[in-house]
Write a protein that binds this ligand. Structure first.
Ligand code: Z5A
Ligand code: MG
Length: 206
């Protein structure tokens, strides 16, 4: 049986990175399957270092189109590796993926179809977990940082893009306002059901 491609999306402070680690652990220990975790942007590559510079230095000049294509290229850098893992039976967990890429550029006013096109052909998710958190709860988890998109108006617009424009049949919305263990339990239920209905073929993002 191939591995599953599980994507975790959500706003700043939703708990994505924390839950990705729990997913990796639970898939290994409770389901007895190999599992690896990738985070996008992957700031460790040459492209990722340009992205990191863009996010951390708000005076970095790059057109919206150029940074959009770099985020996508950063995913393509890992695409073949991800496919190989899935085929080898390894489950792959992604901390942000194409949906973040599209949502953040859409809210800047770029054409949604154009935003989607560079990601078309990437390995497709078997399950997208959207960790939904209210503004009040996110605020209590520590103030927004100083990176480029960490502003309430942007986060609000991005949430709308995720839920109204990008949400699809392979999505499960998770109430991420609950405590860590409750969120973990809800996520694990969705993952078990994904494994029970896993198609033979890896899908392709369209
Ligand atoms: N971006 C883009 O524009 N285009 C793209 O293609 C991609 C990304 C892929 C970098 O993201 C930025 O890049 C991002 C989108 C853009 N800009 N924004 N916003 P990132 O992934 O590096 O950063 P982030 O995900 O936004 O922030 P984060 O702080 O890493 O959030 P998180 O991973 O969701 O949260 P966390 O680290 O797991 O938890 C945060 C804190 O809350 C921590 O102290 C936890 O212990 C606590 N926490 C988490 N869950 C709970 C619960 N349930 N209860 C209580 N406390 C909790
Ligand atoms: Mg994170």
């Amino acid at each position: 049986m191939r591995g599953a491609l599980i994507v975790v999306e959500g706003l700043d402070r939703a708990g994505k990175s924390t839950q990705c680690e729990r997913i990796e652990r639970n898939v290994k220990t409770q389901l007895g399957r190999e599992c690896v975790l990738y985070k996008f942007p992957d700031r460790t590559t040459a492209i990722g270092s340009t992205i990191n510079n863009y996010l951390q230095n708000t005076d970095t000049q790059l057109s919206d189109e150029a940074i959009h294509l770099l985020f996508s290229a950063n995913r393509w850098e890992r695409a073949q590796e991800i496919i190989n893992k899935l085929n080898a039976g390894v489950t792959v967990v992604l901390d942000r993926y194409v949906y973040s890429g599209i949502a953040f550029s859409m809210v800047k006013g770029l054409d949604p179809a154009w935003c989607k096109s560079p990601d078309v052909g990437l390995p497709g998710a078997d399950l997208v977990l959207f960790l939904d958190v209210t503004e009040d709860v996110a605020k209590k988890r520590g103030g927004y940082g100083s990176e480029r998109y960490e502003k309430i108006e942007i986060q609000r617009a991005v949430r709308k893009a995720f839920l109204e424009d990008l949400r699809a049949d392979n999505w499960t919305i998770i109430d991420a306002n609950n405590d860590l263990d409750a969120v973990e339990t809800d996520i694990f239920a969705a993952i078990k059901s994904t494994f029970n209905n896993l198609p033979e073929q890896i899908s392709v993002f369209k």
